[in-house]
Design a protein around this ligand. Structure first.
Ligand SMILES: C[S@@+](CC[C@H](N)C(=O)[O-])C[C@H]1O[C@@H](n2cnc3c(N)ncnc32)[C@H](O)[C@@H]1O
Length: 355
């Protein structure tokens, strides 16, 4: 049972259910707090609600109730003088916190979260709630809106720090010479890999409009000598010459048929001895533990974005079957603390030839 939910009254299903339902109000309050900059302000020291409202040009009584409401969820804490401070949980909403949840709060609080009002349409028709609400497909919407795209890639980038922190305890990336991150977004994951694999080179491959975000990130971390960007469509072709190909949170955006097409495109560019690394949550329909809940929420998210015949989360067996259809064998699978699975695979023919 999550610590968010009423402790000691888990048997009170009526209360538990109401807390889940009112969760939408908590989610929106968190998003508003992030948007107003409350966490960043409180990171500089505890303040009274009036002082917070004054600094942010907001309404004092409303801010007092926002702070009090979110304090009940462990986001802020009040001292005896009535000043509010940031807790470690609340600190994750600071814009520059490692693994920050700030850009995710903005997405949930703005366009993306607003489209969830159309989930009923998805249930009745199978069509994406996103397209229904905003009259655009998700990636087309991002292509047309640089600011939302920037927030989306910041959110993806922060998830690398939040969800993949123990990846390198499990996988030794120093053995690779040339890493290709397919749909690599702003390059955050590849940059972290190249910081570990200090002699390796890398390519971030993504859609043309994403290149500027990756170029900026690569320059920011001083990796322009070892990391480049390439643009294209992973249904057509991906760069050749890598000994490690990464698909991080790519396959869950696509139907099984499309996922197999992407895997086959990768297969076609992979040379002898190259490896594939897939990073995705794993669905587990029989569990209510934290990793299974994270995967389940992500699956509903994908349903809202891509509809019933589009992207979805998968079980380990379903990934195995996709890989087999595309000519790969799974060589290893490990679970990270966040519940994200790292699935390693190799082109089947290579493996057969090697054994
Ligand atoms: C969910 S994001 C994952 C980003 C990154 N791999 C990560 O784990 O943070 C999906 C990525 O796929 C890219 N993408 C979508 N369609 C693509 C296509 N047809 N060809 C190449 N990249 C594509 C998007 O631009 C986006 O960066």
């Amino acid at each position: 049972m999550s610590e968010f939910l009423l402790e000691g009254v888990a048997e009170k299903h009526e209360l538990h259910m109401r807390e889940l339902l009112y969760g939408q109000l908590i989610s929106r309050s968190l998003a508003v707090a992030a948007e107003l900059g409350v966490p960043d302000l409180l990171a500089t020291g505890a303040r009274s609600p009036t002082a917070v409202a004054e600094a942010l040009g907001a309404h004092p009584e409303s801010i007092r109730r926002l702070l009090t409401g979110l304090a009940a969820y462990g986001v802020f804490v009040a001292d005896e003088a009535g000043r509010f401070a940031l807790t470690p949980r609340g600190a994750t909403l600071r814009a520059q916190a490692p693994g920050t949840a700030h850009p995710t709060a903005l997405l949930v609080g703005r366009e993306v979260g607003a489209t969830w009002a159309e989930l009923g349409t998805t249930m009745r028709t199978g069509k994406p709630a996103f397209d229904q609400a905003l009259s655009s497909e998700f990636f087309k919407f991002l292509a047309d809106r640089p600011q939302t795209r920037e927030v989306f890639h910041q959110s993806q980038s922060a998830a690398v720090a939040a969800e993949l922190s123990d990846l390198f305890d499990q996988i030794d990336v120093r053995r690779y010479r040339q890493v290709v991150d397919i749909g690599g977004g702003d390059g955050s994951l590849l940059c972290v890999i190249l910081e570990k694999a200090t002699t390796a080179k890398g390519v971030v491959f993504d859609l043309p409009e994403v290149r500027e975000h990756a170029d900026a990130r690569i320059a920011d971390v001083g990796l322009t000598d070892r990391c480049s960007t390439a643009v294209g469509d992973f249904f057509e072709a991906v760069p050749r010459g890598g000994d490690l190909y990464i698909l991080s949170r790519i396959l869950h955006d696509w139907s099984d048929e499309d996922a197999v097409r992407i895997l086959r495109t990768c297969h076609a560019s992979m040379g002898a001895g190259s490896s594939l690394l897939i990073l995705e949550y794993l669905l587990d329909e029989r569990s209510t533990g934290a990793p299974a809940r994270a995967a389940a929420v992500m699956d509903l998210y994908m349903l809202s974005l891509f509809g019933a015949t589009g992207g979805h989360e998968r079980t380990a067996a379903e990934f195995g079957s996709l890989l087999e259809r595309a000519g790969f064998v799974t060589t290893r699978q490990v679970s990270l603390r966040s519940g994200v699975a790292a699935i390693e695979a190799a082109p089947a023919a290579e493996r057969v030839a090697a054994t």
